[in-house]
Design a protein around this ligand. Sequence first.
Ligand code: PSU
Ligand code: MN
Length: 305
Amino acid sequence: MQRYLSFSPEVANARTAGKPIVALESTIISHGMPYPQNVVTAKEVEQIIRDAGAVPATIAIIGGKICVGLTDEQLELLGNSPEAMKVSRRDLAYALSQNKLGATTVAATMICAQLAGIPVFVTGGIGGVHRGAETSFDISADLKELAQTNVAVVCAGVKSILDIGLTLEYLETQGVPVVAVGQEGFPAFFTRQSGFNADFRLDTATEQAAFIRTKWALGLDGGVVVAAPVPEADAMPKEEIDAITLQALQQAEELGVMGKKVTPFLLARIKTLTAGRSLATNIALVKNNARVGAALARALLEFPS
Ligand code: PSU
Ligand code: MN
């Protein structure tokens, strides 16, 4: 499988030198944010990780390879190519064998990060159990991946476009620990509180790293959700985002949006309905997660694996 991996010079050097590396996904670039803010943000997030003493490794499928670490040109390509495929677990072999341009979701990025030996991955929000999943069966492959792939995922919780309660129930069933940073509550992406508590509160990177290493040392395969709330100053008013979320969900239903199109549709609608303010919050929380992830990647190197 190593023949599918292609490391950028920066990431290859970091691997040789044993430096901390942080994986980053690319669906957030191609399908999660509009151009050109997506590319600008991707570069800024990478720089935050470098400034925090770790090496960023944005992951995408390009030219039949899993590219781990991207050039500016490759980031630009992903950010500005409508044909870029949203690649989750089921799509990975197709995108690689058909030489498609592929942007990896949380699930696919976890798989690629594990193949590349990177135990920490930073994103904005993970997928989850959609509202109405009892009839649609729409449950993100991200959750199943968290159950089986050994990568810690730093996020700002899940959006209220999803059923947050059912998402946490599913994660519990699958044995995926949900850790909150700096508070007891599980954050809801645009807002700091979802109304649900995380399983555990671990405020420092050292505690988080000790927890993760212990889990894996016990042979308990699977990821850990490390949920950091959006910084107070960047959070959106709850009433506003709740109302807009309901509007977006209603439109998705009216238009019959299904399958992998659901999440990108809802993200784009929310951005439009908030006149772009949700995008500012989204960018701020990803940057905050980058700092949390870089600290965690460094702390994990202090513990024997
Ligand atoms: N949630 C967000 N922003 C995103 C995504 C989810 O707030 O960009 C993307 C991630 O790549 C995630 C994917 O893995 O959507 C989940 O898609 P689905 O629900 O189709 O599994
Ligand atoms: Mn889905």
